[in-house]
Design a protein around this ligand. Sequence first.
Ligand code: GRG
Length: 312
Amino acid sequence: MTPFDTVSQFIDEARVRVDRALEHWLPKPPACPPLLSEAMRYSVMAGGKRLRPVLTLAAADAVNHDRSRDTTALALPAACAVEFIHTYSLIHDDLPAMDNDTLRRGRPTLHVVYGDGIAILVGDALQAEAFELVAQEPATQDPDLLRRKLEALRVIAEAAGACGMVGGQTIDLQAAGQVAGHAVTLSPDTLRAMHARKTGALIRASAVSGAIMGGADASMVDSVTRWAAEIGLAFQIVDDILDVEGDESALGKTVGKDAADEKPTYPALFGLERARAMAVECADHARAILVDAKFDRSSLPAIADWVLRRKN
Ligand code: GRG
């Protein structure tokens, strides 16, 4: 059982810890130019849901069966690293050369406020800071912990890179007809594969890096990987549905953009009803994986519900 009274208390506490740690680990002047520091803070501290870092802390907590470790302290650097990478991806995705969006996290997008050049540099800096953070923290000479940090670093880098998020974004640009001479048409299978990279890979790495830092063995890591793959897909399907019927002020971003840009989405390919049912199927698969792995009394089932029911 979690040491917290309720699971929602776990999520609330995790968000507070993450926000405090992000603030602490954001680079500051004089080490970093004041303008860059201010612009990084503008996006990172803009009030995202913190789903990915909460997943990291929850997975670390779930594998700590005997309650022998302070898994939050162990996994917090990886949690903040995935939020840095996620924020960089949103900043770059909003640029005119990509999705060309002007509203994010309820605020004007970073390039609208600081210009494209600074927005590109903030994304670049956040990505590098993420890896520096996991390499540095928690500071240790313990060989097992050093091995876990290296493995978490590898998992996050792989998810962020050419075979993960950046690869998925490449296919997305091709599918949107934004790469002259390289357009592709997505089938339901290739749409799923694109999302498994674009949003799924980092969601998976968020949970898996947490499990690794929390002390998981190989079989626990395998269960968390399969669970997070289902949750990542459910997250994406719900995201597509919210783009059709969500509320712009609750979402803090432009709605109706996928249809306007003729993007291949779950509602576009399957219709809203089937898309909703597919998200529920993912959550059912995820629940079964948790039961098998004996993680069903952790905070992970409630996080799956949060993903399914979210309004923003
Ligand atoms: C530019 C390399 C590069 C990658 C971009 C993840 C991504 C790839 C683009 C994001 C575009 C987008 C809106 C995708 C839909 C799913 C998604 C990642 C939504 C935003 O995540 P939330 O809802 O946002 O967790 P908050 O603001 O709450 O953190």
